[in-house]
Write a protein that binds this ligand. Structure first.
Ligand SMILES: Nc1nc2c(ncn2[C@@H]2O[C@H](COP(=O)(O)OP(=O)(O)OP(=O)(O)O)[C@@H](O)[C@H]2O)c(=O)[nH]1
Ligand SMILES: [Mg+2]
Length: 253
């Protein structure tokens, strides 16, 4: 049965390039994939989407027809997608593939945090298995305090979408060596808190407590550095996806 890999992250975090590059990597490993563009505002995509919401709703048209700004048009477009769920399901059913890779809108707060985004996503996924891949932009990985904020956003996305989630730091080819080293280090008990205290002079009780909570819950423990440019980290990403979807079978060494 096919599985859905849903790419979510802040604007410009690299979702679209990951859909392209990770899709190509999966194909090179012998899996069949189809790419789904769920972004009604996408202007240009590096991959030809197999299923494309812009066949039904285009944010650009909504913007001029309804005289809305870009954010209002995206909100209206995602709302309008709800009435095209059956069309999209029919399009998806034309593909018998191992994985559907779903590229989502850049303004994630207008997608994941409003009601229609998760409704559309759930309707498309149906009873299939799915995993959310949350992309942390490398800009948010430079400082431990920024990483705390990024992981809280990830956790809040997880609570909104309600699907098992893998967290990655995208564009890892741009990461400073010390940041990469931290991400690749074995996860200790107080990993993020220790990094925060050793690298930043902070006594903000909320920040320290949040770092502690992320450590206690294990949420700070698995953050895979991944690059769509070099395809580095793809094996580990695939391994984590498999662990969720199939309980660890079919792993790439
Ligand atoms: N160096 C480097 N740049 C990347 C990588 N992935 C994406 N980028 C660049 O980051 C920018 C944003 O990438 P996109 O894939 O469009 O990001 P997105 O999350 O789909 O963006 P929106 O849909 O507009 O929110 C582009 O300039 C990409 O070339 C990567 O792995 N390495
Ligand atoms: Mg995109």
């Amino acid at each position: 049965m096919e599985s859905y890999i849903v790419l979510v992250g802040t604007a410009g975090s690299g979702k679209t390039h990951l859909a392209d590059s990770f899709g190509r990597w999966l194909e090179s490993m012998g899996y069949s994939i189809a790419r789904v563009n769920l972004d009604p505002a996408a202007e240009w995509l590096p991959y030809p989407p197999d299923v494309d919401v812009r066949d039904y709703v285009s944010a650009r048209n909504v913007m001029s027809e309804m005289r809305l700004g870009p954010n209002g048009a995206l909100i209206a477009s995602v709302d309008m997608l709800v009435s095209h769920v059956e069309d999209l399901r029919r399009d998806l059913s034309g593909y018998k593939v191992d994985y559907f890779i779903v590229d989502t809108p850049g303004q994630m707060e207008l997608f994941a945090f409003r009601s229609s985004g998760p409704i559309v996503l759930d309707a498309l996924i149906g009873r299939s298995e799915s995993v959310t891949v949350f992309l942390v932009d490398p800009v948010f990985a430079e400082k431990p305090s920024s990483l705390v904020s990024a992981l809280l956003l990830s956790a809040s996305t997880y609570l909104r979408l309600g699907k098992p989630q893998v967290n990655i730091v995208s564009k890892s080819d741009l990461l400073l060596p010390e940041v990469l080293e931290f991400l690749e280090s074995p996860s200790g008990d107080n990993r993020l808190l220790e990094e925060l205290v050793s690298r930043e002079d902070t006594s903000d009780p909320l920040l320290l407590r949040m770092a502690e909570v992320l450590d206690e819950t294990g949420y700070s423990g698995r953050l895979i550095p991944v690059s769509s440019e070099t395809q580095s980290g793809f094996e580990q990403l695939y391994y984590e996806i498999q662990k969720i979807l199939r309980g660890g079978e079919d792993q790439v060494e």
